[in-house]
Design a protein around this ligand. Structure first.
Ligand code: MN
Ligand code: MN
Length: 352
């Protein structure tokens, strides 16, 4: 608030309310708001039906409620300081209607976006957050192991997705952190392909990309396998991606630019002859959201900071032939990097 000369901050995204207070809820279309006036006590405004849960979980003592029959923004207006010169708001979270409702009751002279400082805070994890992420990683790796054991010629992509997502909940995850992806054969060359009734067949690749939320934190892993024997070309693609993944991980330590980590993978894959087929960024921040700040791409010259967690997921996608992606979740440590994912990534053939 000092840096941006704010009189108060208004936090409205449920994840940031959770991050700052410990109270997690999905308010749907109802208003959830954390008011942080400079130099005064924090106030939390929750739907009345959430009052008990907020009292139990929130670190904020001053909890206010609105009923479904109330104008929630009028109540919000009474919780905001009057005569504000600048109010910090999450512009990403406030759509035009919500912003108009806020500005009608806040009547601040200016509204300053606090999205970036919040994202920067979240990018650096404390040990408790890392422990939650490790649990999410352990869970998804158990699910992946189970999924791999079900691969055999004739089973469909969508059947494998159903089995994987069933096991996520059964093993204790909150749920998938994104739509589980199982792709086979030439479809592995589609970085954002959709699983369907296509059947696993020998001589092809199979790509699993999946993650879970556990205790509010996400994991995200991709492994690619051969089903039976595959061509020498698919094997070469696999080796290029694996080397790219390993070189990128070796490049991680505090202070290096995030772009240099991307380039370590990209240069390795280009040297193997597949540069044009690595057509996306190296990775993305990972935490309370499965995609969050920072973005790990070749032009991001921001520095890696101890405590950051992100994915390293180089891929090579040759249309009509097949694709390989190998995705790990990593933590920047004082001395370098800790790879949170432990699932083996040497080339293996399954289901044959
Ligand atoms: Mn993924
Ligand atoms: Mn990812």
């Amino acid at each position: 608030m000092d840096r941006h000369s704010l009189d108060a901050m208004l936090i409205t995204s449920p994840k940031h309310v959770y991050y700052l207070t410990g109270f997690a809820t999905n308010p749907h279309e109802r208003l959830l708001a954390l008011v942080l006036p400079r130099g005064e006590e924090a106030r939390l405004l929750v739907p009345a039906l959430d009052y008990e849960a907020a009292q139990a979980a929130s670190s904020v003592a001053s909890i206010h409620t609105h009923q479904d029959t109330d104008n929630a923004y009028e109540i919000l207006g009474r919780l905001l300081p009057s005569g504000m010169a600048a109010l910090g708001v999450e512009k990403d979270d406030l759509n035009v209607n919500r912003f108009e409702a806020v500005s009608a009751v806040a009547s601040a002279s200016s509204y300053v976006d606090i999205g970036l400082p919040l994202r920067e805070m979240r990018a650096v994890k404390i040990p408790e957050e890392v422990e939650r992420m490790k649990r999410a990683v352990r869970l998804v790796e158990d699910v992946l192991r189970a999924g791999v054991s079900l691969v055999k010629p004739g089973v469909t992509e969508i059947e494998l997705v159903a089995e994987l997502e069933y096991r996520m909940k059964k093993l204790g995850a909150d749920g998938p952190s994104f739509d589980t992806m199982v792709l086979t054969g030439p479809k592995t060359a589609l970085p954002h392909g959709s699983p369907d009734e296509r059947k696993v067949a020998e001589g092809e690749l199979i790509l699993f990309d999946l993650g879970v939320y556990a205790d509010g934190y996400a994991s995200d892993i991709t492994r690619t396998f051969a089903v039976g024997e595959v061509s020498d070309e698919l094997r070469r693609i696999y080796d290029a991606v694996l080397q790219g993944n390993l070189r990128a991980i070796e490049a991680i330590r505090p202070g290096v630019s995030l772009g240099s980590i991307d380039r370590a993978a990209r240069d390795t894959i280009a040297a193997a002859g597949y540069g044009p087929y690595f057509n996306h960024r190296l990775g993305h921040g990972l935490g309370m959201d499965v995609h969050e700040y920072p973005s790990i791409h070749g032009k991001n010259e921001d520095a890696a900071i101890e405590g950051m967690t992100f994915t390293v997921e180089p891929g090579v996608y040759v249309p009509g032939v097949g694709g390989v992606r190998i995705e790990d979740d990593v933590l920047v440590t004082a001395s370098g990097v800790e790879v949170l994912t432990t699932f083996p990534k040497t080339f293996v053939s399954i289901g044959g």
